[in-house]
Design a protein. Structure first.
Length: 254
């Protein structure tokens, strides 16, 4: 597609084409990956308590996962977790559907008049967003969007996609930071994408939670890196049954 033709597209058409390109890729029912989390102290040093690496085996049907913390190259105990954005756990998986395709038929309230809406997008069986701006930047489409309903489900806020192929390159999503036994803060995650074995996958997440509303005020920045991403055809049921872990220690994946 030429840039002249692409430039003539409306915001709604652009968004729909990006969604179609994204959802045309296969969605893996099982994903195995390594997740590395890096957090710095206020002094800029590595926070050893909250910087870590896990191996994860994920099942998409219920967002459950088996994980093992990796320390000095050795895997630790078997642990069960949930995996998603906006939860009290690490974000993911690398194949997370950022368009929030579930629950898209909810009734949408009227948009806030403070936004200049250039398109409303309601895809059957898909997400519902307002496209508030769309422009070409460095060979990529940059769209800003606002959810029409259920902001906790429709987490997308910005996206960048190739102008020729409409493949997703980067996105900003709304997320939550859950402080242990403490408050919950809003945060924004910047996601980088790449094709991994034919699947659109998140390769890196840069997050920022602000603890106050002052520019440059207190907050927390964290980086996540996904690597060793594979898509097993199936995984044993016991991976997702924590009560049975003791019976399968000798079979544990590494």
């Amino acid at each position: 597609m030429s840039l002249l033709l692409a430039a003539a597209l409306t915001g709604g058409t652009l968004f729909s084409q990006i969604v179609r390109t994204y959802t045309a890729r296969p969605r893996a029912p099982f994903v195995s990956y390594t997740l590395r989390r890096d957090q710095l102290t206020p002094d800029g040093l590595t926070d050893l308590e909250w910087s870590y690496t896990y191996r994860v085996w994920y099942r998409a049907s219920d967002s459950s996962a088996l994980e093992r913390r990796v320390f000095r190259g050795r895997p630790g105990a078997l642990s069960y977790t949930r995996v998603s954005f906006n939860g009290p756990w690490d974000p993911g998986p690398p194949t997370a559907d950022i368009f929030g395709l579930a629950g898209a038929n909810a009734t949408a309230p009227q948009p806030d008049s403070s936004y200049r809406t250039i398109a409303s997008v309601v895809a059957s069986g898909g997400p519902a967003y307002e496209v508030t701006s769309a422009q070409i930047e460095s060979g990529q489409w940059h769209l800003r969007v606002r959810p029409l309903h259920v902001p906790g489900t429709y987490i997308l806020r910005e996206l960048w996609a190739d102008t020729a192929t409409f493949e997703l390159k980067k996105a900003v999503v709304a997320d939550k930071l859950f402080v242990l036994a403490g408050p919950v803060y809003d945060q924004l995650d910047t996601l980088s994408f790449a094709l991994v074995n034919g699947c659109e996958a998140i390769t890196h997440i840069s997050t920022r939670a602000s603890f106050d509303d002052q520019p440059g005020g207190d907050g927390l920045s964290v980086d996540y890196a996904f690597s060793d991403v594979t898509f097993p055809k199936t995984l044993p049921d016991w991976y997702f049954q924590p009560r049975s872990y003791g019976e399968h220690v000798s079979e544990a994946p590494i």
